[in-house]
Ligand binder design. Structure first.
Ligand code: KG4
Ligand code: ZN
Length: 338
């Protein structure tokens, strides 16, 4: 306990960020340390799992110590240890999990496994202290695109997800095709502002009527085909126009399905989470559609959108308060269902 509040030490290592945080009562962030490997993976144009695991291993102890120091806390102040145990890269998850287990074993504090997507959603409780379930959530990142019905703090039900690529993955792949670099999401976000979203008509994939699933794997091919045919015709590619048109095709589907799901389920709140939640056009489009339907829109500041441990601390707190904990047999599950 710190100042009479429950203190969670949280660890996140599911992809390419080694992160640790100390969070009070699940909402007050005392420290949020993130060691990003983006500069390393940039060289390869994407996350290399084996390299990610090695860097997590090199950094994790330092990151945890820094989180405790910045919080002015030591392990005796901590009530429980929260850790992401899936979904994610298995080698990457194992490093954070083994570290959390070692702290739990050495100190006798409870260990609390957190689902990464549950964590992303919880970032919004930190950003908006008044937010309470029920609400509809859109979790949109490099690894996931899910519409989730959140009926209570620990009750999340997935209504739809991607059948192939995640939205962020599509951004990253298209950015590579356009020669923009990695990670592609923020670069497309920026350059698309200068382009015409109606310049190229890329196919909007809505799937079967009523489905809340997504499919984004075709759009990369659509962009490639467009570039090739323009080149063959000897025409110059306008990168900003292609980026804006690609983004419009992805976001039209995402926004229509998310707002549609909220309306159908009678929800008056939509919560956005995950790396792509930082996208400025997504925020604008959702804001416009939500205003039309009388829905209140919530999203966290960019630092809480991308992977971090504060969100894991928030989720772990709510699980801890529900009286649940895991034991040291907790394993990393790369495709953990929500
Ligand atoms: O949540 P996150 O850090 O990691 C996963 O759990 O996947 O999300 C990273 C993803 C990357 O694909 C990145 O390109 C995308 O989020 N991203 C964005 C923006 N910022 C990050 N995509 C679109 N617009 C942005 N501003
Ligand atoms: Zn994530």
């Amino acid at each position: 306990m710190i100042n009479g509040k429950t203190a969670i030490l949280a660890i996140e290592s599911s992809c390419d960020e080694t992160a640790a945080a100390v969070v009070l009562n699940g909402r007050e962030v005392l420290s949020n340390v993130i060691s990003s490997q983006i500069e390393i993976h940039k060289l390869y144009g994407g996350v290399v799992p084996e390299i990610a695991s090695r860097h997590h291993l090199d950094n994790v102890n330092m990151v945890v110590e820094q989180a405790l120091t910045e919080a002015g806390a030591d392990m005796s102040d901590i009530d429980a240890i929260g850790v992401t145990y899936g979904p994610g890269l298995v080698g990457a998850l194992l490093i954070g999990l083994a570290t959390a287990k070692a702290y739990a074993l050495a100190t006798g504090k409870p260990l609390i496994g957190v689902h990464h997507i549950h964590g992303h959603i919880c970032a919004n409780y930190i950003a908006h202290k008044e937010l309470e379930p029920p609400f509809m959530a859109l979790v949109i990142s490099g690894g996931h695109t899910n519409i989730v019905e959140v009926s209570d703090y620990n009750a999340c039900h997935v209504l739809g997800g991607t059948r192939d690529d995640a939205a962020g993955e599509a951004y990253d792949k298209v950015a590579r095709v356009l020669g923009l670099g990695y990670p592609g999401g923020p670069l497309i976000d920026k350059i698309a502002k200068e382009g015409n979203p109606e310049a190229v008509e890329f196919k909007r994939v809505f799937l079967e009527k009523g489905s809340l699933d997504f499919s984004f794997s075709g759009i990369k091919t659509g962009v490639l085909n467009y570039i090739n045919s323009e080149k063959q015709a000897g025409r110059e590619i306008n990168v900003a126009d292609v980026a804006a048109s690609f983004q419009a095709a992805v976001l039209d589907v995402v926004v229509t399905k998310t707002v549609g799901a909220a309306v159908d389920m009678g929800r008056d709140k939509i919560v956005v989470a995950g790396g792509v939640a930082a996208n400025s056009r997504l925020r604008e489009m959702l804001q416009t559609e939500c205003a039309k339907k009388g829905i209140k829109l919530y999203y966290p500041e960019p630092i809480l959108c991308t992977d971090n441990a504060a969100m894991i601390g928030c989720a772990a707190h709510d699980i801890y308060m529900a009286g649940e904990a895991d034991d040291l047999t907790l394993d990393a599950i790369p495709n953990l269902p929500l």
